[in-house]
Ligand binder design. Structure first.
Ligand code: ATR
Length: 274
C-alpha cells in the first residue's frame, strides 16, 4: 500500500493540497496517496491519532488547526517554534514532528519564482496575525535592509516586534505611522481581502519598482493588488506560488525530495481562470 498523507482542516473540501501533492508524487515517482480529512473544530488531536492508527505518515494542517498542531507535536523544528504554528506534521515511531513551511514557501516564491532579491530591501508586512508571525524569521534570514509590520491594532504589531527582537530590529506601527516612507516589498498578510476590504495605506508607500505580494489568491485581482497597481507598485503577485512552494517544502520534509512547482502552479492558475 502507498504511504498515506493528508491535509486536516475545517472546512477542507476546497483544499488544493491533494491535487498539488498528487502532482508532486507523479513527477517525483514517490509512491504515496494524499487525501483531505475534515476534523471537528474541537477534535483535531482525535483526528490525527485516528490517521496515525491507520498508518498515516504525515499531514498538512490548515485553518483552524495550526495552533492545535503546534501544541500536539512532541518535537518542533526551530522555524515552527518561531512561527508558533505548525502546518506540516510527520509521524515517526512514537514521535509527532511539527514543522512550518509557510515562511520558506513565501521566500522561495518571491526569490526563486519571481526572481526578486530580498537582501538589502525595505520590507513591509501588513497584518500582525498568525500569517505574519509565520514568515517573519524566514524574511529576516534573507537580510533585508529593514523589516516593518503595519497593523490596524498597533499593539499586535509591537508584540511581534518584541518577539523577534533577538534576531533583528523590526519596526511596528499602524498604517498611518508609515506615512512618508516607501518600501520595496509589501506583503499583505491580513485577512482583509477575504472580506473584500482594502487597506488604508498612506500614499507613496509603494517605491518605484516595488513588489506587492498578497498571500491571498482568488479568481481575479485581490483588493490589495488592485490598490497596489493603482498606487504604482512595479509588480504584483498573489499567494498561489506560496501555496505551491509551502507544499513542495512539506513534501521535502516527508520524502527528502524537492518537487518542481512550475507545472502544478500553471495548472492551479489555469483552474482559477487567471
Ligand atoms: P491569520 O492567522 O490569517 O493571520 P488573524 O490572526 O485573525 O489571521 O489575523 C488577521 C489579520 O488581518 C490581523 O492583523 C487583522 O488586524 P487586527 O489585528 O487589527 O485585527 C487583519 N485584518 C483583518 N481584517 C482587516 C481589515 N478590514 N483591515 C485591516 N486589517 C485587517
Amino acid at each position: 500500500m502507498s504511504d498515506q498523507y493528508c491535509v486536516f482542516g475545517n472546512p477542507v473540501a476546497h483544499s488544493k493540497s491533494p491535487l498539488i501533492h498528487a502532482a508532486f508524487a507523479r513527477t517525483t515517482g514517490e509512491d504515496l496517496s494524499y487525501t483531505a480529512r475534515l476534523a471537528a473544530v474541537d477534535g483535531f488531536s482525535e483526528a490525527v491519532f485516528e490517521f496515525v492508527a491507520m498508518g498515516g505518515r504525515g499531514a498538512n494542517v490548515t485553518v483552524p488547526f495550526k495552533e492545535d498542531a503546534f501544541r500536539l507535536a512532541t518535537r518542533l523544528s526551530e522555524r515552527a517554534e518561531r512561527a508558533g504554528a505548525v502546518n506540516t506534521l510527520a509521524f515517526n515511531d512514537q514521535e509527532i514532528f511539527g514543522d512550518n513551511t509557510d515562511g520558506a514557501g513565501l521566500v522561495r516564491d518571491i526569490t526563486h519564482n519571481l526572481g526578486v532579491v530580498l537582501a538589502g530591501k525595505r520590507i513591509l508586512l501588513l497584518g500582525a496575525g498568525g500569517a505574519t508571525r509565520g514568515v517573519i524569521a524566514p524574511l529576516l534570514a534573507c537580510q533585508p535592509a529593514s523589516l516593518s509590520i503595519a497593523n490596524r491594532t498597533v499593539a499586535k504589531a509591537q508584540a511581534l516586534s518584541e518577539a523577534f527582537a533577538d534576531i533583528a530590529a523590526v519596526n511596528a506601527g499602524n498604517f498611518a505611522d508609515f506615512a512618508g516612507q516607501s518600501f520595496d516589498v509589501l506583503i499583505n498578510a491580513t485577512s482583509a481581502s477575504l472580506a473584500g476590504e482594502s487597506l488604508p495605506l498612506p500614499p507613496g508607500i509603494f517605491a518605484a519598482g516595488s513588489l506587492a505580494y498578497d498571500m491571498m489568491y482568488g479568481k481575479g485581482e485581490t483588493p490589495f493588488l488592485k490598490l497596489a497597481r493603482e498606487q504604482g507598485a512595479g509588480r504584483c503577485a498573489d499567494g498561489l506560488g506560496m501555496l505551491a512552494e509551502q507544499a513542495a517544502e512539506a513534501f521535502y520534509v516527508w520524502r527528502g525530495v524537492r518537487p518542481e512547482t512550475a507545472a502544478v502552479l500553471a495548472d492551479l492558475r489555469a483552474a482559477l481562470g487567471g
